[in-house]
Design a protein around this ligand. Structure first.
Ligand code: ADP
Ligand code: MG
Length: 341
């Protein structure tokens, strides 16, 4: 009798591990395959980086409150972000779309307007793709290509004991943006006459609907001669990403709760939703900030960069991955980011 295993038994990461465990490489130029933010290919004097991410209607975006221009921008930005997470520069993208006939041409024009805006912002060239019909909604798959100097590459696996743990920008805003959109959607569903009230929430809404890849952070690190020892972009929440860095580096971590950067708008909205700001930062996703580790000797340099905050340090694996509260209480960090299945 043939076996049947449900997807939820494996979960997203379990499924990827399962499907990719028999992969063999035939090319000596393949330096890193599955398991990081991008694949790494040896091109002689530099490494080439390749990464793919998909956005699916009903899973990653809700057409009832997602402007297509923003969605196009986001589709490019999140892929460029994966190249940033290797400390590289994105250079080209290809775009695959599957569309149902529910969408008029004008809608797809808007989507492309957003994608081209992002291409301009990040100076990446859209060089190809594929277009097909879909029976259920819109799907966008983007592949980003980039490059990095060999000695500047940052894998997920390089963190060492005593390294600093650093994060760019602020966290949790995209999650709060999503909560506001979902709240207004449910109000509107109950009474379509009530217009959504999105006044005064520009920052958190933009963080969710139109995130930026932090190419400026890569540039800032390069200007200051800082090479991260490990790096990942925050797509699933700080908790999930620090666990990735620690698992790959076979290390532990201490993160100090009061050091996690959260915008004032997030703090004030959190009280409306009865949420702890640090919980939003840890478990909300889609901020697309960069989480990285750096050598202790870079502390002074990093300390002067206002866009980067040091939130903790790497420990021995035996200490686990801990969140330390201001009064000294410690808890183990568990990932509660988005579950794909
Ligand atoms: P990210 O959050 O950076 O997009 P993912 O969690 O999507 O990373 O993927 C983790 C790793 O698994 C990446 O290296 C990615 O290339 C690889 N991967 C994901 N899905 C597949 C797949 N279907 N086949 C092969 N590799 C995959
Ligand atoms: Mg991915």
């Amino acid at each position: 009798m043939s076996e049947r295993t449900e997807l939820e038994e494996l979960g997203e990461f379990g499924l990827i591990d399962h499907l990719t465990k028999n992969i063999e490489h035939y090319q000596p130029s393949t330096i890193k395959g599955v398991g990081d933010d991008a694949a790494v290919i040896d091109r002689g004097d530099h490494y080439e980086l390749v990464s793919t991410d998909m956005l699916i209607e009903g899973v990653h975006f809700d057409m009832s409150y997602t402007p297509l221009k923003h969605l196009g921008y986001k589709a490019i930005a999140v892929n460029v972000s994966d190249i940033c997470a290797m400390n590289g520069n994105a250079t080209q993208v290809t775009v695959g779309i599957a569309v149902s006939n529910r969408f008029p041409v004008e809608a797809l024009e808007e989507l492309y307007e957003g994608m081209l805006l992002a291409c301009k912002a990040y100076e990446v060239d859209l060089v190809g793709g594929d277009t097909t019909t879909s029976l259920s909604g819109l799907m966008i798959s983007v592949t980003a290509i980039g490059k990095v100097e060999k000695e500047k590459i940052a894998y997920r696996s390089g963190a060492k004991e005593n390294d600093l743990i650093c994060v760019s920008g602020d966290l949790g805003a995209a999650y709060i943006g999503l909560q506001i959109l979902e709240r207004e959607k449910s109000v509107w569903k109950e009474n379509p006459k009530i217009q959504p009230d999105l006044e005064g929430h520009d920052y958190v809404l933009e963080r969710f609907l139109k995130p930026e890849a932090r190419v400026d952070i890569n540039a800032l690190l390069a200007q200051n001669n800082i090479v991260p020892t490990s790096m990942i972009d925050i797509s699933d929440g700080l908790a999930s990403e620090i666990l990735h860095l620690c698992k790959n580096g076979k290390v532990g971590a201490k993160i100090y709760e009061e050091k996690i950067p959260v915008d004032a708008a997030v703090v004030s909205q959190c009280s409306d939703f009865n949420l702890e700001p640090s919980v939003c930062a840890l478990n909300g996703g889609e901020d697309y900030e960069l989480l990285f580790t750096a050598k202790q000797s870079d502390f002074e340099k990093i300390n002067q960069l206002t866009e980067i905050k040091t939130i903790g340090h790497i420990t021995d694996a035996s200490e686990g991955v801990c969140l330390v509260y201001p009064k000294g209480e410690e808890i183990f960090i568990k990932a509660q980011g988005w579950k794909a299945f």
